[in-house]
Design a protein around this ligand. Structure first.
Ligand code: SF4
Ligand code: SF4
Length: 233
């Protein structure tokens, strides 16, 4: 299956159309680099830039070759539109796990970021997790959230860890060890987890292979039922 991801083409086209509309002039083609990007040699994505090396040419000389290439660099981290586009690329790469540069897919079962990091939750997150687990909003706040008021009231806290230690594992993390971890509330996970990007991730467990199936076992089951009683009692 092939999915088309529109990165910036649409915005560039809009820019050109606006120029034509405002000036009555055709778009300044000489200001554009029209050399088609073929023979892409390398795509590097960091948490700030995308760099594409393409159209390599080799001039053969008597005793040395001169190799040149063209390079397209885009700084995207202060551009919400581009960040959203990259997020889409990451989502697709997670889904398909192939044909993508290594540093934009997580090794299946890696969950280093689910430890040592507190995923913030907003009201909608808490309600979504509550609906998912069959609990009330207040029950989720009591059992699974460390409350923390934010100035704008948007963030209401962060997800609890298995112990009081913030560097410990998220309460919802399932699986026995790295390479086998998975999120126990994946469909309902907070926005913070959804937005977490593996691009340029420094925490990745480098001992894990980058390809393979994500291990998924039984989902997280809450200890209590919604009437306040503990399950199994
Ligand atoms: S909710 Fe899921 S994805 Fe988010 S930190 Fe916990 S285990 Fe990881
Ligand atoms: S590669 Fe990074 S972002 Fe992906 S699961 Fe591992 S620690 Fe988290």
């Amino acid at each position: 299956m092939q999915e088309t991801i529109d990165l910036i083409a649409d915005r560039e086209l809009k820019k050109l159309r606006r120029f034509t509309r405002e000036t009555g002039q055709p778009a300044p083609l000489d200001g554009l680099d029209l050399e088609p990007m073929s023979h892409v040699k390398e795509i590097e994505i960091t948490d700030e830039h995308i760099t594409i090396q393409y159209n390599e040419t080799v001039k053969r000389r008597y005793n040395a070759n001169e190799i040149t290439h063209r390079e397209w660099v885009y700084k995207y981290n202060d551009d919400p539109e581009m960040v959203a586009a990259i997020a889409r690329v990451i989502e697709v790469s997670r889904k398909h796990l192939y044909d993508m540069p290594e540093n934009i897919s997580c090794p299946p079962g890696c969950a280093e970021c689910c430890s040592g990091y507190e995923p913030f939750v907003n009201r909608a997150d808490v309600q979504r997790i509550a609906d998912h687990l069959g609990l009330t909003y207040d029950e989720v706040m009591t059992d699974y959230v460390v409350p923390r008021e934010s100035a704008d009231g948007y963030v209401v806290g962060w997800l609890r860890k298995v112990t009081e230690e913030v560097t410990d594992k998220c309460l919802f993390l399932k699986g026995s060890r790295s390479g086998r971890y998975y999120c126990g509330i994946y469909e309902a996970r907070p926005y913070d987890c959804r937005d977490f990007t593996p691009v340029g991730c420094q925490d990745v467990d480098t001992s894990l292979p980058r390809r393979g199936e994500y291990p998924v076992g039984t989902p997280f089951a809450p200890k209590r039922r919604s009437n306040g009683k503990r399950n199994g009692r």
